[in-house]
Write a protein that binds this ligand. Structure first.
Ligand SMILES: [Fe+2]
Ligand SMILES: [Fe+2]
Length: 210
């Protein structure tokens, strides 16, 4: 683990984020380590980098994100445009690739690019970042606290070989809650969230049949 490199990355992102966003980002870093130690222990450095960079453009105005993505030649789908709050996953992935090339790998870029909506064929690495973003310990919303406790409970009562199934299960619950919340308030749900949901349901059903 390159501790100095991570310290340097924290200093760099601190200049780009508000105090609250920086605290959230450090919370996500702690959460990816907590989950990653159990499920992907050989990827802790990459998970930390993904956590530190995941919201790097979250505070950039929407119009500026769109402009940045257009300048970089990134084609947006109708869903990307409709889902304003999740556009930062695409602009963040592109910014990470462009401005933090010493740190990133394709796996990190992919995880950042779907950390907000999820996507079909999510990798375990993607799921860890997605879930860590939802359950990190500075989140105070009751649904986040409840899911954090569910994750802790499920891990406690499971054996190590079942940890990946626990990840799929709690990640699915997180996606369900996000979709339900958006529907309740009449918001737009990105099709990638439905695709992620279908993917995880299938994974869980296959897992339980194995
Ligand atoms: Fe985000
Ligand atoms: Fe976040």
């Amino acid at each position: 683990m390159n501790t100095e490199k991570l310290d340097c990355l924290r200093q760099k992102i601190r200049c780009n984020l508000s105090a609250d966003r920086y605290e959230h980002t450090l919370g996500v870093e702690r959460a990816v380590v907590f989950i990653g130690e159990r499920i992907l222990p050989h990827k802790l450095y990459e998970l930390r980098v993904a956590a530190l960079l995941h919201d790097i453009t979250k505070e950039m105005p929407y119009a500026d994100q769109k402009h940045f993505l257009a300048t970089e030649g990134v084609q947006l789908t109708c869903d990307d445009v409709m889902s304003e709050k999740t556009l930062h996953q695409l602009s963040g992935a592109k910014m990470a690739e462009k401005s933090f090339s010493d740190y990133i790998t394709p796996e990190i870029i992919h995880a950042i690019s779907c950390h907000s909506t999820g996507c079909a064929d999510m990798s375990v690495f993607d799921e860890i970042l997605y879930l860590a973003d939802y359950v990190e310990d500075t989140r105070r919303h009751e649904s986040c606290i409840a899911l954090r406790n569910r994750l802790l409970d499920e891990l406690k009562k499971s054996s190590a070989e079942d940890y990946v199934q626990v990840l799929h299960k709690i990640c699915l619950e997180s996606i369900n809650q996000t979709i339900e919340h958006l529907i309740q308030k009449g918001g737009f749900v990105h099709s990638n969230s439905f695709a992620a949901r279908a993917f995880l349901v299938e994974k869980l059903n296959n897992g339980s049949r194995e």
